[in-house]
Design a protein around this ligand. Sequence first.
Ligand code: FES
Length: 146
Amino acid sequence: MNRIEFLKTCGFGCLGLIGTASLLESCAGAKYLNGTLTDSFLEIPFDAFEVTKKEKKKFRKYVIVQHDELKYPICVYRQSASEYWALLMKCTHQGTELQVFGDRLQCPGHGSEFTKTGEVIKGPADTALRTLHVLVEKRILKIDLT
Ligand code: FES
């Protein structure tokens, strides 16, 4: 094996390791929880985003909220202490349930990708995801389902 072949082999190997590590990181960081349905709101506790490591409080980027009465889960991204984005995890192409990888949502159906604010990055989907308004009231996040 000459030097160029060696570098190509190692380079692809490193890319594979980096990709695997980021995939594992995104899976490990995902928190799933069941919301409480009240009227037209799906409620989750504010502290669902909190993680305490070595006595330091940190915050998850997102949580995935489910409920038996909802066909699709909802991904709630934390933008700041008072700003949250909730996205219905339904692909706008043909309705496949999306998967979350960090700041992106991907469709296992045909490969569409969306940002954490729901905009299309990659088709075939050509419509943004449905966003749901989130209210913060007394340490409860209320996702408006209307
Ligand atoms: S259903 Fe999602 S890209 Fe086709």
